[in-house]
Design a protein around this ligand. Structure first.
Ligand code: PEP
Ligand code: MG
Length: 580
């Protein structure tokens, strides 16, 4: 029977395919006691999982190259030793054999016991080792569930399928790319999450916040994903399918109209020139950025290279990716952002190690890079080598205070000296910029401008930190709203400070490419917009209808607004007056 579910559009597009469900509770453990005759089989399962976890750690160690090996081998060794700890193993066997616990439940029980022992210790260092116990046992539980759960196996073949899940991690999405997945329906999550950004980059239609998706859709149901309407049609009728085909034709037509703008200048109605830059992660993004007349790359998120890579990419691998990006842009400026791992961007290489209680406020972005200077230097060397092939700027994520920029500059200087000693070609001095996405950085931006050559405002994170609202949490949509006056005042403050310091300021958060925010950003004084290349023509089209002068005159009124509703009302009121 046809039925309809609704959600929020995270990545545009339409898709028709078979549903494939991935249940979120696949990590639950079975607590029913074992029957006597099951004990030997389950013990064997437990030991197979332990062996798989040992093998994973060995493989991880082998994948690590020089720099990372030094920094994380201690952690791997600790975990490997724990997996061979006789007391731990005996305890597990006893729980299964005598206590009749199933392996998953035994692992959890043993973990709780050991964590309690570590927590009771006086020595803070020893106390902190409880995290290792936690991580190592979780690794075995995952290995165990890979043997028994069908959920993981379901992720293998994706041709013609639309994934229905609670959420999907960027690393998993990267893994599914190329396997024929047509779209994603998530029952939670938000349009500003990293998964949503990745989906847009992959051109993978995605709806989030589709509440009942997991309970009302079944494996192999035919579904039509219509992100324009924010709908999932389960068991579409012939009429739905006809509408789908008509929309596809319409989209192709609109695409042809927009394509005529590819070589047009980017100007407002009153002839103010605006720079449009691309947020490019994949080779296809770079091609699209060129084809749609981007003025350069405003944000290249290097972490996606690490997320796709399974291990840690070597200096040469990074060099080739960055060089190809530079070559691909054919002499246009390219902004390479240094690694922004941490929070929800966990990597497969094991760099983001510790189970932080609050990872969004933890060691992420430049904080993580500065923790691992050898890994960071590998990236810096690759960037310096690539910068010999065209204009490159370096952007540092999650900057909070000037000393971070000073430390990054020092590492660049040292890397230059090393490369020079090795007789490797060096580029001219590279511009070093700061992402403004931490409130302290926005408020104290003048201090950062003494050390930064340019700024890029990251509104995705700036909004989450200013509003104390998780960018991935769809329950906070009324708070996480880019029209919030507090956020607008900070953006305006940063743009003004950059203008006074005569240093470029761009904005590369998702609102930069959303035509619903183009007028607002012009009003705040923005002249450089960076966005996913699929949005370039839409934004150029919108800019041509907007009167820059009138919008700038609106800015003081916007700054006086008390609520996001008032901001919205001001913009709506002006829309009629300033657009063609
Ligand atoms: C941002 O925070 O706005 C940004 C562009 O960075 P990311 O989305 O990669 O965190
Ligand atoms: Mg960010």
């Amino acid at each position: 029977m046809r039925h309809l579910l609704t959600g929020t559009t995270a990545a545009r597009g339409m898709a028709l395919g078979r549903a494939r469900l991935v249940q979120p509770n696949r990590h639950l453990v079975d607590k029913r006691p074992l029957a006597e005759e099951e004990i030997e089989t389950e013990l064997a399962n437990l030991h197979r999982a332990l062996e798989a976890a040992r093998l994973e750690l060995r493989e991880l160690r082998e994948k690590l190259h020089g720099a990372l090996a030094c920094e994380v081998s201690e952690f791997i060794d600790t975990h490997s030793l724990l997996l061979d700890d006789q007391e731990l193993l005996r305890g597990l066997d006893d729980l299964v054999r005598i206590g009749h616990y199933r392996p998953g439940a035994a692992l959890k029980k043993q973990r709780d016991r050991l964590v309690a022992v570590f927590e009771a210790m006086d020595d803070p260092y020893l106390r902190s080792r409880k995290e290792d116990i936690d991580q190592v046992i979780n690794r075995v539980i995952s290995a165990l569930q890979r043997q028994t759960s069908v959920e993981e196996r379901k992720l293998a073949a994706r041709v013609g399928e639309i994934l229905i899940a609670d959420t999907i991690a960027p690393a998993d999405m990267a893994h599914l790319v190329g396997n024929g997945l047509l779209g994603v329906v998530a029952s939670s999550g938000s349009a500003y999450s990293h998964s949503a950004i990745l989906a847009r980059s992959l051109d993978l239609p995605m709806l989030v916040g589709v509440r009942d998706a997991l309970s009302t859709i079944h494996d192999d149901d035919l579904i039509l994903l219509d992100t324009e309407r924010g709908e999932v049609v389960v068991h579409p009728t012939a009429q739905d399918l006809a509408l789908y085909r008509a929309k596809q034709r319409e989209a192709a037509q609109e695409g042809r109209r927009l394509a005529t703008l590819a070589n047009a200048p980017t100007r407002t109605l009153d002839k103010v020139d605006i720079r449009l830059l691309a947020n490019a992660e994949m080779p296809a993004d770079i091609a699209m950025a060129r084809a749609r007349g981007a003025d350069g790359v405003g944000l290249y998120r290097t972490e996606f290279l690490f997320l796709r890579h399974k291990g840690l990419p070597s200096e040469d691998e990074q060099f080739i990716a960055y060089r190809d990006l530079v070559l691909g842009m054919g002499g246009l400026p390219v902004t390479i952002r240094t690694l922004d791992l941490g929070a929800d961007k966990a990597d497969a290489a094991g760099l983001v190690l510790r189970g932080e209680d609050n990872p969004a406020l933890g060691v992420r972005g430049v904080r993580l890079s500065l923790r691992y200077p050898a890994v960071f230097t590998t990236q810096i060397r690759a960037i310096l080598r690539a910068a010999c092939y065209g204009p490159v700027r370096v952007l540092v994520p999650m900057v909070t205070q000037p000393d971070e920029l000073i430390a990054v500059r020092t590492l660049f200087k040292l890397a230059r000296q090393d490369l020079k000693r090795e007789n490797i070609d060096l580029p001219e001095k590279l511009a070093l910029g700061a992402m403004i996405e931490v409130p302290a950085a926005a408020i104290n931006v003048r201090a950062l401008l003494e050390h930064a050559d340019f700024l890029a405002i990251g509104t995705n994170d700036l909004a989450q930190y200013v509003l104390a609202a998780d960018r991935g949490n769809d329950g906070l949509e009324n708070i996480y709203n880019p029209l919030q006056p507090a956020l607008l005042r900070l953006i305006s403050h940063v743009i003004g400070a950059g203008r006074r310091a005569k240093k470029p300021v761009s904005l590369c958060g998702e609102i930069g490419g959303d035509v619903n925010f183009t007028a607002l950003l012009l009003a705040l004084g923005l002249h450089e917009f960076s966005m996913h290349p699929s949005q370039l023509l839409h934004v150029r089209d919108r800019l041509a209808t907007l009167d820059h002068g009138a919008l700038r005159r609106l800015a003081p009124h916007l700054m006086r607004a008390h609520t996001h509703e008032q901001v919205e009302a001001l913009l709506t009121q002006l829309a009629g007056e300033t657009t063609t």
